[in-house]
Design a protein around this ligand. Structure first.
Ligand code: NAP
Length: 228
């Protein structure tokens, strides 16, 4: 089976997971894993699983960013990033991928995503999971205060990130906006998308850093050949 066939099959399986989930989503807790995922890697997946377990979340919805307005570097085509998330999550019934940001033509803001989620998952409690670095910049996001009204926020920290600095920022956000926000130390591997892109740029291995199908997709489509 070619990688294109596997993507097609993953898309169908994911659509079925989504449909089933939308029909059965009353009074549940959904973790939203938002990110550029350029590319998705094992630390993202381990983080999602760790947080799902820690917060007793029913499902994790991965939402790859469509046209993130804050990114200065050129990012990979959104459909490639979406396909790689599909390939990574296909064997886990608790992980589902949403294309709601991918489908948006304009800049993708979290506030629009949260409003859309609230319309679909009316009685669900939403936990927006993001990297701790993003929390430090959250006040620059569109409609920051409204974001906090619509969702709980979980800032995932990893080795090398100061929990002290993050917790100070969180206290500040709680005082200012009455935000429901927590940090959690995720003891997963110290992998980042930047590291993976650099490895590829230098023709070095990415084996065991990303799922095998993602590695195959990257090589087949020849993405990241020009590095950043
Ligand atoms: P980013 O700058 O790419 O990532 C910041 C850091 O967090 C990186 O170290 C990244 O690692 C890590 N990370 C990314 N997603 C993560 C996740 N879900 N869990 C744990 N760590 C994660 O941030 P981003 O991906 O662009 O943005 C994260 C989310 O915030 C997205 O959903 C984005 O739409 C939202 N956001 C919204 C606005 C707005 O509404 N104005 C502005 C900024 C961000 P890797 O490099 O390894 O991925």
């Amino acid at each position: 089976m070619t990688i294109n066939n596997i993507v097609d099959e993953s898309f169908i399986i994911n659509q079925n997971k989504l449909k089933k989930f939308e029909n059965k989503c009353d009074n549940i807790k959904i973790g939203i894993m938002g990110g550029t995922f350029d590319p998705i890697h094992y630390a993202h997946l381990a983080t999602a699983e760790f947080i799902r377990d820690s917060y007793k979340l029913d499902k994790i919805l991965f939402i790859p960013s469509g046209n993130p307005p804050h990114k200065k570097r050129k990012i990979t085509d959104k459909y490639h990033r979406y396909n790689m998330v599909l390939l990574s999550t296909i064997n886990n019934d608790n992980f589902i991928v949403s294309d709601m940001e991918i489908k948006r033509e304009k800049s993708t803001y979290t506030i629009d995503t949260l409003k859309q989620l609230k319309q679909i998952y009316i009685n669900a409690e939403i936990y927006f999971i993001t990297g701790a670095d993003a929390i430090c910049d959250i006040e620059t996001w569109k409609d920051v205060e409204e974001n906090f009204k619509l969702a709980n926020f979980i800032a995932a920290t990893r080795p090398g990130i100061s929990l002290l600095k993050i917790n100070e920022k969180i206290k500040d956000l709680k005082d200012k906006y009455n935000a429901n926000i927590e940090s959690i130390y995720v003891p997963s591997l110290d992998i980042s998308s930047t590291y993976i892109r650099n490895q590829l740029n230098k023709n070095k291995t990415i084996r065991y850093l990303v799922p095998e199908l993602v590695q195959e997709y990257i090589y087949n489509k020849q993405i990241y050949n020009n590095g950043e």
